[in-house]
Design a protein around this ligand. Structure first.
Ligand code: SAM
Length: 290
């Protein structure tokens, strides 16, 4: 069996199939066995695991996943890769290749069907042009997912981990930290990929919380408040909330909520912790019912 993590084997497969990289699909294939092993280790793949992989490319990481997991479903948008995957994965009877756009799949029902509603592990070297919609979709759709171990742009991994006071702090940080515990497990330089991306990368592991770390009575409202605060990053929190089309609070209600939160009226949204956004949502919900 020719493992693809080795650059020579990857080149041989690409030449055999006259494969042309499609920039629009964010195709940068991993060619570093050390990083591949690190990902598998960080994801803690066991024999009884069901793994969902996003974007297998020519199947480099899929081969590793199939060696360790019980079952691997791998979703690839590029139809030109499907016959290649059928070849590179032919020795594994635990791989399911799905030619789909991950953003169009109903993941909650897919994983429920395939794994009896038990949590699956997501492992992926993500296409960077759609990292945020993929991660937000996986988190917000409430699909039964235990953990995600994903390769992302280094800057995005930093955003997922950061807190108030950092320039990287934003709606993505808050969503990731509300649903999961993030931890960067490796920094990966451009030389580990073919072709080399222009940016640095990192592997980050997101372990889903059993219970969210803060209490909000209305999760959707909390996220509307978060988005409104960061949409207008340079405005005060009060202005950001007042200008948001999907929030209907008066200036007085907003001011009174910020006051009750114990913050000055000119506070910016980027100063607030996750705990404070949760409190703000509870206060505004109560005020609007009064
Ligand atoms: N896993 C492979 C590896 O590590 O070598 C390839 C990773 S490459 C960064 C991203 C892969 O995602 C590509 O194979 C690309 O075609 C695929 N992809 C891009 N957009 C996708 C989408 N919307 N749905 C599913 N796969 C997608």
């Amino acid at each position: 069996m020719a493992y693809l993590g080795n650059p020579g084997n990857t080149i041989a497969v690409l030449q055999k199939y006259h494969f042309n990289f499609q920039k629009k699909y964010g195709q940068n294939f991993l060619v570093d066995t050390h990083i591949l092993e690190k990902i598998i280790q960080a994801a803690d793949i066991q024999r009884d695991d069901f793994v969902l992989e996003i974007g297998p490319g020519i199947g480099t990481m899929t081969q590793y996943l199939c060696e360790y997991a019980g079952k691997v479903a791998t979703v690839e948008i590029d139809k030109n890769l499907i016959p290649i995957l059928a070849d590179t994965l032919k020795e594994y009877d635990n791989a399911e290749i799905i030619n789909e756009d991950i953003l169009k799949m109903d993941l909650p029902s897919f994983v429920r069907q395939r794994n009896n509603n038990k949590p699956v592990k997501v492992v992926a070297n993500l296409p960077y042009y759609i990292t945020t919609p993929i991660v937000m979709g996986l988190l917000e759709q409430h699909a039964p997912i235990g953990s995600m171990t994903i390769m992302v742009q280094k800057e995005v991994a930093d955003r997922m981990q950061s807190g108030p006071g950092s320039k990287d702090y934003g709606a993505l940080s808050l969503a990731v930290q509300y649903y999961t515990k993030p931890e960067i497990v490796a920094n990966v330089p451009p030389g580990c990929f073919m072709p080399r991306p222009k940016v640095g990368s990192a592997v980050i592991r997101l372990i889903r919380h059993k219970e969210p770390p803060v209490y909000t009575e209305d999760e959707a409202l909390m996220f509307r408040l978060i988005r409104a605060s960061f949409n207008q990053r340079r405005k005060t929190l009060a202005n950001g909330l007042h200008n948001a089309g999907n929030l209907n609070y008066t200036k007085e209600q907003i001011q009174s909520a910020i006051d009750e939160l114990g913050e000055p009226l000119n506070v910016r949204g980027e100063r607030l912790t996750l705990q404070q956004f949760a409190e703000l949502s509870n206060i505004l919900k109560r005020i609007s019912n009064e």
